[in-house]
Design a protein around this ligand. Structure first.
Ligand code: FPP
Length: 254
């Protein structure tokens, strides 16, 4: 195995975009693009683990995607169910914990059952994490967190008038999941589309022109390499975040 590279992002979040265009370019129905997209999901989970990325979050179905044509929504739900039934054993074998963010209780019974079963089968794993964003939107997440926080205040578990980010973030779907270090969107679009808006406050962003079905391990590795050249300042100055030369280099004897 090659030596681990320094500064691998702990958490990579991906907006998987371009399935429809991939299919259209080939004169195929949109669902063929999604079917190929599922194969890319499988290869990307392996690639992320190979590269040493401990959390991978994939935007699989947004809260707004219900408004797509009914047959496309139904096909996406079918693909999700198929993927989970086929992949659950591999996730267990590879020690990957499956979690979700989003209002999953609103998903159809078939994929929901597979989801709960795969999450249950992998809940003890800690090192590798796959997070599927399903029926997810940052704005519904914030609304749900506000409701839960208000209920906690009413129950005396939180104090009114003392909200902080660290307290509020415990009520987000992502509670317990570290913030993304790197956000990738494929297909050349440069939007966040209601995805992890607060959690990506300090994420590095990379917009790849590659359509999701064509996204390979090499593309993921290239995004990680670009991330490694970025300076993350978290509101500080460049001088503050740069390690001092003495911390880097051994002293040279005259
Ligand atoms: C965006 O491409 C993609 C989606 C809305 C769905 C993503 C779903 C998958 C990759 C497959 C199912 C996922 C799992 C985890 C089994 P688009 O259709 O908007 O593409 P376009 O912009 O080219 O039309």
């Amino acid at each position: 195995m090659p030596p681990a590279s320094p500064n691998i992002p702990n958490h990579v979040a991906i907006i998987m975009d371009g399935n429809g265009r991939w299919a259209k370019q080939r004169g195929l129905p949109r669902i063929e693009g999604h079917r190929r997209g599922v194969e890319t999901v499988r290869s990307t989970i392996d690639a992320a683990r190979d590269l040493g990325i401990h959390y991978l979050t994939l935007y699989a179905f947004s809260a707004e995607n219900w408004q797509r044509p009914a047959e496309e929504v139904s096909a996406l739900m079918g693909l999700l169910e198929f993927f989970l039934r086929r992949e659950a054993r591999t996730l267990v074998k590879n020690h990957v914990r499956l979690q979700t963010i989003g209002r999953i209780e609103e998903l159809p019974a078939g994929p929901l059952k597979e989801l709960k079963s795969a999450m249950d089968a992998t809940r003890h794993f800690t090192e590798w994490n796959l997070v599927l964003a399903l029926n997810y939107g940052s704005r519904t997440e914030l609304a749900d967190a506000a409701s839960a926080y208000a209920a906690a205040v009413a129950a005396g578990r939180e104090k009114a008038g003392e909200a902080s980010w660290s307290a509020l973030s415990r009520y987000l779907y992502t509670a317990g999941i570290p913030d993304p270090d790197l956000l990738i969107r494929t297909s050349g679009e440069t939007r966040l589309s209601n995805f992890l808006l607060m959690q990506c406050a300090y994420a590095e962003m990379i917009f790849s022109p590659v359509l999701w079905p064509d996204f390979t391990k090499a593309e993921l590795a290239a995004a990680v390499a670009e991330y490694q050249h970025r300076e993350r300042r978290f509101g500080l100055t460049s001088e503050q975040v740069q390690p001092r030369p003495t911390e880097h280099c051994p002293a040279i004897n005259p």
